[in-house]
Each structure stands twice: as C-alpha cells, then as structure tokens.
Design a protein around this ligand. Structure first.
Ligand code: BGP
Length: 484
C-alpha cells in the first residue's frame, strides 16, 4: 500500500542548497583570488568543454534576486558555503574586506527574509595559493591554516549563524580526489595520499567543531557526508559480506570519526594491509576525539551496489569512474578492491542520465541506519536529480522528473521520521542551477533555471521551473500529502 506523508514538525527547516564556487562566479572580482576549483574547471573547459568557474550562475551579482526567489518559494533555510579564497585570498594573512562584506550582505538578506543560514566552511575550493605553497591538503600545514580561516568566519558570523557544517563530502573527495582537490601530476599515482588528505580533513573538521563549541553558544556543528547505502548484488553470503566491506570503507570510515572519534577497524585493517593507511601523528586521535559533532549533514543522491571480488590477480585496485557524457551506460568503471569488494550496477534500479541510481527508499534506509547507530540529529544537505532541462520559448521549464524524484525522497525521509529519526532540515540540491562538479552546467538540479550554456554565460537570467511552484506548495503544506 502506498505511503502518504502527514505534516512535518512545525520547526522543520525546508531549505535548498548550493556551494560557493559552483554558484557565485566573480571568481577574481573584488579581491578574490583563485581557488583550486578555478584551476580545475579551467582545465575542464579546455579538455571537455564544461563551463569554467569564472561566472557560473553569477550569484555574486544576483544574490538579492536569488534570495527574493527563495523567499517566494517559502524557504526556511539556505545551505551555502563560504569561499575561503574570497575572504583570505592568499589562504593565510590579509583578510579581504569586500569578501567578508559579501557574506555579511548575503546573511543579512537571508535573515531579513526569515531564512535560516546553514553555513558550510569548506566545499572543495581550497585557495590556490595554498596548493602552490605546499600542495594543499596533502600537507598537514593546511590544518593550521584552516583553523585561522575557520576562526575568522565563525567569529564574524556567530551572532547570526546557528548551524555550521565543516567539510563537504570527505568520502567523495577520497573517491574523486583529482576533481575535488588539485593534485599535482607527480602525486596522482600515490593512492595512500587519498587517505592522508582525508586524515588532514578529519583534523580540520575536529578543529572546526571545537571552534563552534567555543565561540557559538547554542550553535550546532557537524560534517556533511556524501553517503550511499550499499546493497549486495545478490543474497549470496559473499556478496553480503562485500557490501559490508564497502560500507565500512566508504561510509563507516567517516561516520566513526565524526561520532566515535576513531577509524573503523575493518577499513583500517584493509588500508594497512595495502599500504594505504594514513600516517597518524601523536595527539591526532585525541584531537579528533575531542571534536564532537552535534549533528550530521547528509548528501544523498543514489544508492550503490557491491559484489564479492576475488583476490586472484585478475583484477586491479581502482576507485570509482565517472560518466562525462550524460549518456546512460557511459560510466568509466567501478571501484574495485580485490579481496574486499567490487562496486557494480544495481540491475533493479533505474538511473538518471549519468548512471546515478534513483532510489528513494535508500534515503529512508540510510537515515534509519545512521540514527540507530549514532543517535544524533540529521539534516539532508543535498538531494536532487541532475537532468537536461529545456527552457521553452514562453519562459517555462517543465521538469516533472525532478518533482517525482524529490517528492518520493521527501516521503521516504518522512517515513524515517515516523520511525523515530530526528531530522532538522531538508535542503535539496540545488536552489538554482549551477556548475556541476563533474558535468558542466548542462546537468541541472535547480528549482530556478539559469539561462546560460557551458561556453556562453549570457546574462544568467532566472526562470522559475515547474518544480519551483511544486516546492512552494510542499512547504506551504508543511510536507503533507506526498506519496512514496
Ligand atoms: C555533491 C557535491 C555537490 C554537487 C552534487 C552533484 O557531491 O557536494 O557539490 O555538485 O554532488 O554532483 P555533480 O555536480 O557532479 O552532478
């Protein structure tokens, strides 16, 4: 029998989400200097024709219009990130007053419209100066520099911002490290560095949690994890075990740090056996354990599937591939850890055009699982459907596929809540169209259409998609009446 939602709690935060480098543009304006994403996306443009990060959705110049549109939708929260290279252009040292002013203006505008800011301190965009100086996240020095940056931001906005998230999607950074971090050519063959970078991020995350606890009375802080529950391909015991192994290395390895202050034993044993384990210095685990989380942000797009993978010399270790074309089936390969697990396509689920499985029940499953294991409040910081949208001649955009996707995911989240999971917010990706991390601007997620192409930013005019009116209605009904 179909499940239909009843109303959400009165204080539930209906929101939407973006990140700085993907939406702001003005990449080198008003004192901002390059971040590693400006460099990575410049190369993406040259090599693949995807838009650069120079203009993206030009939110920097349109933010008042964008906040007005968010208010029209009825948003109660907006989750966005701060660009480190806008406020401290060289990564350390001099603060850029124009950069701070932009975020003051944005936050003031949000609060004036009754929209709660949910701030992410770091979303893939390390100042390029730090990459040049010491290789960025590869070096431990970044932890101290992040601390100075985080202290500045948290102190600056502590009276206005209650909800803080630290680092976006460490688990995804490990998987797709050259897209999410600039990794100098000579290091790309060294996979241990994926886990070393993640270790430095764990330290930075703990530092930021401690800073929020020190500086923001009543504040709440946590990480944002990119999370896919992992199903076994079959009910064979070997596949079930492989799915558990994949869970431990891809999910547990992060969750246990945030909530237990330790690395997952099984994942660590696997990494040590293969020379991939991070180098841990005295005091590191104490610092990590001290940085307790009050909540967790979850980014959920798709569930994944794993099967047993023999360690018989026929397969090589590898990390996830990516679909760069938007043609179903073009994914360039699956993560493989011989003797531990191999990821594969789930034959039972349909996908979007980039091979991401569409699975609303996966959201209920993961929320209940994380709640049962760790018992902390959760917020969905991203969830959405990347699709090719069409702007019609009359300025409309018909996106029933997105409405269907979001509607069923909201219903799945509500069913998890009916079973006791404490949810603070739902912030789908994305408030407006923006630059995808892997597929340019033609892969769209927004409620608001931004008129531009990969090679021509045009004027970035905004248009309301059908999903805009639909989401306004969902919020007006406080989530009641949606069916899974
Ligand atoms: C998450 C990121 C976002 C966002 C989203 C969609 O991993 O936190 O930054 O972009 O995924 O991914 P993509 O842009 O590759 O379609």
């Amino acid at each position: 029998m179909a499940y239909t939602t009843t109303a959400f709690p009165d204080n539930f935060l209906w929101g939407a989400s973006t990140s700085a480098y993907q939406v702001e543009g003005a990449a080198l304006e008003d004192g901002k200097k390059a971040s590693q994403q400006d460099i990575i996306n410049r190369d993406n443009f040259r090599e693949r024709g995807f838009a650069t990060a120079e203009v993206t959705s030009d939110h920097y110049h349109h933010f008042r219009e964008d906040v007005a549109l968010m208010a029209e939708m009825g948003l109660k929260a907006y989750r966005f990130s701060i660009a480190w290279s806008r406020v401290i252009p060289d990564g350390t040292g001099a603060v850029n007053p124009a950069g701070l002013k932009f975020y003051h203006d944005l936050i003031d505008e949000l609060l004036a419209h009754g929209i709660e800011p949910i701030v992410t301190l770091y979303h893939y965009d390390l100042p390029w100066a730090l990459v040049e100086r010491y290789g960025g996240w590869i070096s431990r020095q970044v932890v101290d520099d992040f601390e100075a940056y985080a202290r500045l931001i948290i102190t600056e906005f502590r009276d206005q911002v209650k909800y803080w998230t630290t680092i976006n999607e460490q688990s995804i950074i490990v998987q797709y490290w050259t897209q999410k971090c600039y990794i100098p050519e000579e290091f790309r063959g060294n996979n241990q560095l994926r886990y070393q970078i993640n270790h430095h991020m764990n330290l930075a995350h703990a530092v930021a949690c401690n800073l929020v606890h020190e500086l923001v009375p009543g504040g709440m802080v946590g990480s944002v994890i990119g999370y896919s529950p992992i199903y076994p391909l079959t009910s064979r015991a070997e596949d079930v075990m492989a799915a558990q192994n994949a869970h431990d290395l891809r999910n547990g390895y992060y969750l246990d740090i945030y909530f237990k202050g330790k690395y997952t034993d099984s994942a660590m044993a696997y990494l040590e056996r293969h020379g991939l384990a991070p180098k841990i210095e005295p005091g590191d685990m104490e610092l990590i354990a001290s940085g307790t989380s009050d909540m967790l942000g979850i980014n959920y797009y798709a569930s994944e599937c794993a099967k047993a993978c023999p360690d018989d010399g026929t397969r090589e270790m590898r990390w996830n591939g990516v679909n760069l074309t938007g043609k179903k089936g073009d994914i360039s390969g699956f993560e493989t850890h011989p003797g531990f697990y191999e990821m594969c396509k789930n034959p039972l689920l349909d996908t979007n055009d980039w091979d991401w499985a569409i699975d609303p029940i996966g959201l209920e499953y993961l929320l209940r699982d994380i709640w049962m294991r760790y018992g902390k409040p959760l917020m969905v910081c991203e969830n959405g459907l990347g699709a090719f949208d069409t702007l019609e001649a009359d300025g409309t955009v018909h996106d029933p596929y997105r409405i269907d996707y979001l509607s069923r995911h909201i219903a799945a989240m509500k069913r998890a809540m009916d079973y006791g999971v404490q949810m603070l917010a739902y912030c789908p990706w994305s408030a407006l169209d923006l630059l995808s991390t892997s597929n340019g601007v033609k892969k769209r997620y927004g409620f608001i259409y931004v008129d531009r192409t990969d090679d021509d930013p045009r004027e970035c005019r905004r248009y309301r998609k059908d999903s805009f009116a639909w989401y306004r209605n969902v919020i007006a009904n406080n989530g009641a009446g949606l069916t899974l």
